[in-house]
Design a protein around this ligand. Sequence first.
Ligand SMILES: [Zn+2]
Length: 322
Amino acid sequence: MERLSLPPADAWRPVRTVLGDIPYESLGITDAHNHVWIDPVPGADPAAPVLDQYCQIRDEIKLYREAGGASLLDCQPGGCGRNGNKLAELSDAAGVNIIACTGFHRQRYYAPQHWLFGASCERAAEFFARELSSALDETADRPKPVRAGFIKIALESAWDDTPQAALEGATAAAQQTGAMVEIHTEKGGLAEKVAIFFEDHGVSPTHLVLCHMDKRPDPGLHAELARFGAILEYDTFYRPKYQPESRLWTLIGQMVEAGLSDHVALATDMAESAMYATIGNGPGLASLPGEIKHRLAGLGISERSIQQMLGGNIARRLAGLD
Ligand SMILES: [Zn+2]
């Protein structure tokens, strides 16, 4: 992998990992959207995924590292199973940079009446900003608290079902802190609406990552969103129901061909333990730096475009560049 040349120090800020701040150029291969710990959440949807087998997860992350992975973004916000203490322990034990998030997931992953969904926009914003600047709630008592490195929010299928105060709180926290925002979309739905919503609330699309967009493989839309400034995250490599062979892989080729590999971030989003190699005999976290990278190279995609899609783009966005 070619080394990125650093812009002047005042143009970027360090990436906030669970073990402390590091320069963005040291992130290496980075999974832009994954899950390495989810505590069970009493009262949540019983079908919600749980990832709490410490030794297997640690070994899975080690396999990721051995395959060439250096960093990953954990996309579980607080209140729906995130455990910042475990994330710090896993990062330390497996030797991979983990970047945790604040924000909110879909409401089905929380206990009923979770406080955040009844909170005002101001209170939500204050909470997100505090997790970014001082401590994840559950790590506040540690001698060295863990801090969030980005904001992750989730859209429901319908805009009006998405909690509006929390959504506005996320725009305010992003504006105040300059943090990157990853946005879960339901199969790519509402992506254009949310990008405009953030811009109307003072947050440039150059701070946004729109997730699961390969479930809506419309190359014209993707090109437009990329030119608007958003990063598009793709992650259905091992989800046959989304026909990755004909959709995702074609889309990657189209984006590279259009010169837009600088606006694509690849991930494997393995919240279900069955997808882990160490737990479910699945493809596992190592597939991104392994099989997927290998296949990208085999398609004749340039080293530079591969580097961008496998970490370079997300690293720059975390650092507030672009
Ligand atoms: Zn996810």
